[in-house]
Design a protein around this ligand. Structure first.
Ligand code: F6P
Length: 373
């Protein structure tokens, strides 16, 4: 008898998710005679036993579809909304895993999903994960699928913003997703030729940005495009974050830690309007008009790029092979163009940030891009 495999997608929907489900399913069914069960809406589906049998027919025609045919949610096994209250539903999930006779569960998602999957692995379940997120911030893999598609969409947006910025002699600030990492803004910013790129890894000084815009103006270029990552922070905010981090590290009692963590969350909320503050301040400093474009969920929508379909197919088919070999507690990753399994313990709790000396940053600086530092 072939193994019975469960699969779910969790966290923000990502182009390439269906390509990964298809690849896993087709390889598992045809190469190893396995059976595939899909759980709806992430870990919630496993808790509610809301499932669908994924046979060859179901897996057909989904390679090019955006989103996820299984649905998704950000629900955590240990903190689920049950009748309006947050409850630890780990036991119910473990029970349903066994009730369905699962030999393994494949969790497809970003950093949150890796953490939730690891939690279930620690309960003794056979867990294997695939890294999917447009943010490309999962540790242990060179690339996550979804990133290439989102980078393409953001690059096209920058291309289109060029003509309107140039016609009106304006500053256009385009806010790009990426959570606390700058991969998307950096990649799209370099590919789209943004004049200024602001990422969380390099806190910015508004005055330095204004200086570079005025320098461009002096050279006869009366418009500028700024690609800003949603998590980018100014130097002032960086100081406040660092001080809070230090205080949290030093605080001994739980009550103070809780209060400080709350303060950090409040700072996060305040930072969500940094693009607006940046636009207002740049208008004052440069006397140029500034406009903002927030790309938001556009970046997660639509058809996956060829590169994402390819990566998702490589990861999904390899996943079936690792299940057959019974290698669990791992994430299937891309490293130096090879697909391999990395221990989940090495992935969880980390965020893959852009290293300050990264090649993309170096190349951008060489063509005169300002990073606000
Ligand atoms: O993790 C993917 C992502 O799109 C981030 O870039 C962004 O910060 C977040 O999800 C938005 O989440 P939601 O769709 O839940 O608002």
């Amino acid at each position: 008898m072939g193994k019975i495999i469960g699969v779910l997608t969790s966290g923000g929907d990502t182009p390439g998710s269906n390509a990964a489900i298809r690849a896993l399913g087709k390889a598992a069914i045809s190469n190893y005679g396995m059976q595939l069960i899909g759980f709806r809406d992430g870990f919630r589906g496993l808790m509610e036993n809301h499932l669908v049998s994924l046979d060859n027919k179901m897996l057909s025609g989904i390679l090019t579809l955006g989103g996820t045919i299984l649905g998704t949610s950000r629900e955590k096994p240990f903190s689920m909304n049950v009748n309006g209250k947050e409850k630890d539903m780990t036991n119910v999930i473990v029970e349903n895993y066994h009730k369905n006779g699962l030999d393994a569960l494949v969790c497809i998602g970003g950093n949150g999903t890796q953490k939730n999957a690891w939690h279930l692995a620690q309960q003794g379940l056979n867990i294997i994960t695939l890294p999917k997120t447009i943010d490309n911030d999962v540790a242990g893999t060179d690339m996550t699928f979804g990133f290439d598609t989102a980078m393409g969409i953001a690059t096209e947006a920058i291309d289109r913003l060029h003509s309107t910025a140039s016609s009106h002699h304006r500053i256009i600030i385009v806010e790009i997703m990426g959570h606390k990492a700058g991969w998307l803004a950096l990649g799209a910013g370099v590919a789209g030729g943004a004049d200024v790129i602001l990422i969380p890894e390099i806190p910015y000084h508004i005055e330095k940005i204004a200086e570079s815009i005025l320098e461009r103006k002096a050279q006869g270029k009366s418009f500028s495009i700024i690609a800003i990552a949603e998590g980018a922070i100014s130097q002032d905010f960086n100081i406040m974050y660092s001080e809070l981090k230090e205080k949290i590290g030093k605080s001994k009692d739980e009550k103070t830690r809780k209060k400080l963590k709350q303060e950090r969350e409040e700072l996060d909320v305040l930072n969500t309007s940094n693009t607006i503050r940046l636009a207002n301040r740049l208008q004052e400093l440069t006397h140029l008009e500034a406009r903002i474009t927030i790309l938001g969920h556009l970046q997660r929508g639509g058809v996956p790029s060829a590169a994402d379909r390819l990566l998702a197919t490589r990861l999904g088919t390899a996943c079936a092979k690792f299940i057959q070999k019974e290698e669990f507690g791992v994430m299937i990753a891309l490293k130096k163009n090879k697909i391999l399994a990395v221990p989940l313990a090495d992935v969880v709790g980390k965020t893959k940030k852009v290293p300050p000396g990264h090649q993309w940053i170096k190349s951008a600086r060489r063509v005169g891009t300002c990073f606000g530092d």
